[in-house]
Design a protein around this ligand. Structure first.
Ligand code: ADP
Ligand code: MG
Length: 504
């Protein structure tokens, strides 16, 4: 495997009226486990179902109902932890976080405050410009999602939909290692990519199955480095937490706005209050929701209905042995095996379907670099134009590999190859047969090319004179020959013959 080394991205600097400020950001990402059933009941998790149709008695907080843990959800949390190179805790426990809300019938949320299932890990966050930062993961714990309150269906009443109540969430808590809005978005994308490779979370932000609470503070330049050396939080500013962000674009806009709001307060001589805020995408600003609650407000205590969760190392080892190849490893392998650039390898490993398509073209074509070029520039470009995904590609890997092989053999020129690709895309068929049937083969027969060159030289004596004075004008003859042969002449041969005939 290639050992990739990156420069550290520069922290975002925002100039206030008085001085420059840097940002410090930590994220709590809520990822819904891709499971058919809820964390403590057998009710379905299907999105878009009739309201209150996926609710077991235990989800509705009926008296006497007992939670039963879903082993599949536990396994997905373990797999996610392994994907983030994290410590898996053999013993974890569930606590009750008590609060009242109409969409929380139990009157408490079952979560893991004191003993999370996953401990410290890390994620490599690439910025796409050759820089990357390792963001440390503090913990991942499992918890229940709440239901949904609906306030905008009726002027006088609110409604509650409990379908989401009790669905398993993984809360992935980062250290405050993120240094700007773009990094925050890249971090969430990378988590989503890893979880999609693992199949542990769909990562569909619109449906709310990946959401982030974004903690933002501002500091003097250099203060973050002092925190890093000492782990002493007093070097950092007071943070505000922006709740429930479900779009990468809004995450960035909210951070930017929130940092500027804090800068204005501090520069005016005030202090930032630690509080929970909401982002309003219409106004592009954050507003206060509540001042920061403390853990003791929730009167956390171990859930008496659930035994501590003990898992065995052998089970974890078995899960680890069955993990798929993850994005960093796949990217490094593509770079090493096919000689791809960091950028091309990133594009091709963005998701597993793209990666599998490319690998199959590369294997059949016997040229990874050329295959990458055609997949990225032609195929992805064409699919994008039609708003199609790779799964709906009318050109199969075998067909694209055939086109790449024809180019490699010199049977067709790059230009003709584009026509051939378009024909294959729109009409289908075997590229080799199309080339034969439509006479698209490149003319490498030097006799035929010589004849075409002679004809054009004979017909254009004035141009010949000029080209002899100025050899750059030989290009005009090359163009004429290409035109005369319908673009099928081998450009290298044409160049040589034109130069020789003009005696340049
Ligand atoms: P809580 O449980 O009260 O939300 P945590 O200590 O678990 O508090 O931290 C929550 C998040 O806040 C973490 O993601 C952490 O990285 C982030 N965070 C902590 N301090 C700061 C800070 N000064 N600036 C920005 N983010 C911070
Ligand atoms: Mg929090």
């Amino acid at each position: 495997m290639l050992d990739l080394t990156y420069d550290t991205p520069k922290p975002k600097v925002i100039s206030g009226a008085k001085q420059d400020w840097e940002l410090v950001i930590g994220l709590e990402v809520h990822a819904q486990v891709a499971s058919n059933a809820k964390l403590f009941s057998g009710a379905s998790t299907r999105f878009g179902a009739e309201p209150n149709s996926n609710v077991a008695f235990v989800d509705a907080g009926m008296p006497g109902m007992l939670p039963v843990i879903n082993e599949f959800c536990v396994e997905q949390a373990v797999r996610t932890g392994l994907g983030l190179k994290a410590v898996i805790n053999l013993k974890s426990a569930f606590d009750r976080k008590n609060y009242f809300y109409p969409d929380l019938p139990q009157g408490y949320q079952i979560s893991q405050l004191y003993h999370p299932i996953v401990g410290e890990g890390e994620v490599l966050v690439e910025m796409g410009d050759g820089t990357a930062r390792t963001v440390r993961i503090e913990r991942i714990h499992m918890e229940q999602d709440a239901g949904k309150s609906i306030h905008d269906m009726d002027p006088a009443m609110s409604f509650v939909d409990l379908n989401r109540t009790g669905v398993c969430l993984m809360e992935i808590v980062s250290r405050p290692d993120i240094r700007g809005p773009e990094e925050a978005a890249a971090y969430v994308s990378k988590l989503r990519q890893i979880m999609r490779y693992l199949g542990t979370c769909d990562g569909n932000m619109q449906n709310g199955n990946l959401r982030a609470d974004v903690n933002v503070s501002i500091c003097q330049p250099g203060a973050y480095e002092r925190y890093q050396d000492s782990q002493d939080f007093s070097h950092l500013g007071t943070r505000c937490e922006i709740k429930n962000m479900n779009s990468l674009r809004f995450i960035q806009a909210a951070i930017e706005h929130e940092a500027r709001r804090q800068i204005a307060i501090v520069e005016a001589g005030g202090t930032v209050d630690q509080e929970t805020r909401l982002y309003d995408p219409d106004k592009g600003e954050t507003r206060s929701m509540r001042s920061k609650e403390e853990a003791h407000d929730y009167r956390y205590f171990p859930d008496p209905d659930l035994l501590p969760l003990e898992i065995e190392q052998a089970w974890i080892d078995d899960i680890a042995a069955r993990l798929p190849e993850l994005p960093d490893a796949k990217k490094a392998r593509f770079m090493a095996d096919f000689g791809l650039s960091d950028y091309d390898a990133s594009v091709l490993t963005a998701d597993t379907a793209n990666a599998a398509y490319f690998e199959s073209v590369a294997a059949e074509a016997g040229d990874g670099k050329l295959a990458a070029n055609w997949v990225i520039n032609e195929l992805f470009g064409r699919l994008k134009k039609d708003e199609r995904g790779i799964a709906e590609s009318p050109v199969s890997p075998a067909q694209l590999a055939a086109i790449v092989r024809l180019i490699k053999k010199g049977d067709i020129s790059g230009k003709i190859a584009k026509d051939l690709f378009e024909i294959t895309y729109t009409e289908g068929g075997d590229p080799e047969q199309i080339v034969e049937a439509r006479g698209m083969k490149q003319v490498t027969d030097t006799g035929a090319i010589e004849a075409a060159v002679d004809e054009i030289i004979a017909a254009n004596p004035a141009q010949v004179e000029k080209a002899r004075q100025n050899p750059k004008l030989a290009g005009w003859f090359v163009g004429q020959v290409m035109k005369a042969t319908g673009g099928k002449a081998n450009p290298k041969a044409v160049n040589e013959i034109v130069a020789r005939k003009l005696a340049l």
